[in-house]
Ligand binder design. Structure first.
Ligand code: ADP
Ligand code: MG
Length: 675
């Protein structure tokens, strides 16, 4: 309802302008946010040397023009004047348009869609950056589908489904997480509904053979996959799955895909494709965040002489939605975390009861490591808030659950009207859970981009939402370094955060939250907290927060919050190896906590099983090493599709410099923290 009313609003507001606008293409061409290498090159190639084009294109001219464009962040402004119906004028098949306008009931494009669909339809490669929740998925799916149909019209007719072959995949979309791949698969199937295109998904953690049989039986034109599983399938000739005529290759969450954890896998996959010189292939890279070092790498994925860089984020704008209030709660210590969560939830639930316009309380609680997710899930389930009968449903998603459970929990949370998803960063990117009212981040986020992606799970497609960040007071200085240029405002209204446990008399309400949590701790196996203790000692520290500060926070939580006499022990060897043996407050020794079976915790499956490690944020971003650790591959003759070692070092390539400097001139310029 809200969505359609927003769309109506957008339509009415833009009616006058739309009547003036003629062709979609003209509209798009007039927008300065698209820096098209191809178009300018065509027009001006003979007139000026390359370097000058670069300057004109990417520096003052476009930046100034762009700065003059509106920075309105209201829901209505999300939608562009361009209507999906107009895609017919660009030759898009009526069956694709019908799926959007009739089945999905979308009328106007979002800004990023209007800026990417047209150039992508023409076949240029794209690097596109737009805020979370602005419809990037359709931004790449629509042109990919249309181009497949244009190249082979037999794919348009539903009869094609009988002839689809798993040996002839035409388009591949890669996602960093399994949940996101499944979600893109759902959207792709909706879009393909009236056509003959067969969409399949292939993700790790599921039975490979079953997926294989399904693909062999039903065929596959478009495959949505995670990198490890895709490589597995394509490199194994016995699977009967191949892509000899692959036409489109999409990296969603592209910066993550080009990050250290995945870069090797992506390069190996690209090596399995036919060279672009033999089979032309379009590459589309989409993300909400594109750090500078990745802009550089992105360049090595696209055709350098025929690509667009679309950026809908104004340099003066923050990369999160300004309409999403973002609160920083300073907690006395870690023992205040969960009481503060109960208070935020209690307030939101009461508010939604009294205010019919407010969204029902539906929150995601993000932690940076799996152990804390497991612990938090159990704690909250044992409070009145998580009570099966009169509380809200609690779900968890993290890498130690089986993929079946992860998928089931994601689906259940998607459908839930109200509830809490306790999650690690596996759901931080791309997941489109409808009507999430609160994103609550607890503890220091690993970095600014991850903070942005997590907040982006709320306020999607123009809707409302709130972001909350709960930090111990000692962590705030470090947070200022990690989270510059974001609209985060201190919020000191959460009394459970500012209460010093054991001192003074809190209000009965606050006392109750602490009491509820205290009782819940008693029902959670001790070894779960010991794992949290270990995991937090291994978190990323910084100039303003060291492991000593963390030990103090943890020990206080343990003694005052959980009421333990002794803090968990660290074995002498582990302490030595981790440099913890001389830290005051660390107890060396051995604990003998009873371990709960892994079954009760959801099974012992690892996360992404490919190379380069999973996506546990703890081991992410070891320091911005980019490709330097990848050894000396690349430099191949397959222009544009391989990573070039020279580019990787960033030396001497005017093109790479140009993209990077363009990004800097128009991209984010994080200023200071606002808190
Ligand atoms: P992003 O990838 O930019 O984070 P998604 O592609 O996941 O965003 O889309 C966010 C939500 O907006 C989804 O529920 C999607 O179906 C919806 N959506 C996409 N395009 C439109 C549109 N033009 N009008 C209304 N809703 C849209
Ligand atoms: Mg997305």
């Amino acid at each position: 309802m809200l969505k359609s009313s927003l769309q109506r609003h957008a339509r009415l507001g833009n009616l006058a302008r739309r009547q003036l606008s003629t062709l979609v293409s003209q509209q798009i061409r007039s927008r300065p946010v698209v820096a098209s290498c191809q178009r300018l090159a065509q027009r001006e190639r003979q007139l000026v040397p390359l370097k000058q084009i670069a300057l004109r294109l990417y520096s003052q001219g476009s930046a100034a023009a762009y700065a003059n464009t509106q920075t309105d962040d209201s829901p209505a402004s999300l939608y562009n004047t361009t209507r999906f119906e107009d895609l017919a004028k660009l030759g898009v098949d009526e069956r694709i348009i019908r799926a959007i306008t009739v089945d999905m009931k979308y009328d106007s494009m979002t800004e990023v869609q209007s800026l990417t669909i047209n150039p992508a339809l023409k076949g240029v490669d794209l690097v596109a950056q737009a805020k979370t929740g602005t419809g990037k998925t359709l931004g790449f799916l629509i042109p990919v589908f249309q181009r497949l149909i244009a190249a082979d019209p037999s794919l348009a007719s539903p009869q094609h489904r009988r002839d689809a072959s798993s040996k002839d995949i035409r388009a591949i979309v890669l996602s960093p997480t399994r949940e996101l791949a499944e979600q893109i698969g759902v959207e792709a199937r909706k879009l393909a509904r009236h056509t003959g295109l067969v969409v399949q998904t292939a993700v790790g953690g599921t039975r490979k053979r079953e997926a294989m049989f399904k693909m062999q039986r039903e065929g596959c034109d478009v495959l949505i996959a995670t990198p490890g599983r895709l490589h597995d399938i394509l490199s194994d000739p016995s699977t009967g799955v191949d892509a000899p005529k692959i036409q489109s290759f999409v990296l969603d969450e592209a910066d993550r895909m080009l990050d250290v954890g995945f870069a090797d896998a992506i390069r190996d996959i690209v090596d399995l494709f036919p060279p672009i010189s033999q089979v032309d292939r379009q590459t589309l890279l989409f993300s909400a965040t594109i750090p500078r070092d990745v802009v550089h790498l992105a360049k090595s994925m696209v055709k350098t002489d025929n690509f667009d860089f679309v950026q809908t984020i104004n340099p003066d704008e923050t990369p999160t939605h300004a309409r999403i209030p973002q609160h920083l709660v300073a907690a006395k210590g870690y023992e205040n975390w969960f009481p503060a969560v109960l208070e935020i939830a209690d307030r939101a639930i009461k508010n939604s009861k009294n205010n019919p316009d407010a969204l029902p309380f539906k929150a995601i609680l993000f932690f940076s490591n799996t152990a804390t997710v497991q612990f938090a899930n159990r704690v909250i389930k044992n409070t009145p808030l998580g009570n099966r009968f009169n509380g809200v449903p609690i779900f968890d998603i993290h890498s130690k659950l089986t993929q079946d459970t992860r998928t089931r929990n994601a689906e259940a949370f998607r459908r839930a009207q109200t509830g809490i998803l306790v999650s690690s960063d596996v759901t931080a990117r791309g997941m489109d859970f409808p009507n999430v009212s609160h994103v609550i981040q607890i503890g220091l986020p690993p970095d600014r981009d991850q903070y942005i992606h997590r907040v982006g799970r709320t306020g999607r497609a123009g809707k409302a939402g709130e972001g909350w960040l709960i930090l111990a007071e000692e962590e705030i200085k470090e947070a200022r370094v990690r989270l510059p240029g974001l609209p985060i405002k201190p919020n000191n209204t959460i009394q459970s955060a500012s209460h010093t446990l054991g001192q003074g008399t809190p209000s009965p309400e606050v006392a109750q939250f602490f009491e509820d949590i205290s009782k819940a701790y008693e029902r959670v196996p001790k070894d779960l907290f010991a794992s949290v203790y270990n995991a937090l000692l291994g978190q990323k520290f910084g100039r303003n927060l060291d492991v000593g500060d963390c030990v103090r926070l943890l020990n206080n939580w343990c003694k005052v919050g959980l009421g333990w006499e002794e803090t968990p022990a660290i074995t002498p060897t582990s302490a030595r190896n981790r440099g913890l043996d001389r830290i005051p407050g660390i107890r060396l020794g051995f604990d003998n906590y009873e371990r709960e079976s892994d079954d009760r915790r959801g099974g012992g499956f690892g996360s992404y099983g490919g190379r380069g490690g999973g996506f546990n944020s703890n081991d992410r971003r070891g320091g911005g090493g980019g490709f330097s650790s990848n050894g000396g591959r690349g430099g191949g003759s397959d222009s544009g599709s391989r990573f070039n070692s020279r580019d990787r070092r960033g030396g001497g390539d005017p093109f790479a410099r140009r993209v990077s400097s363009d990004y800097e001139s128009r991209g984010r310029q994080p200023s200071r923290a606002s808190f």
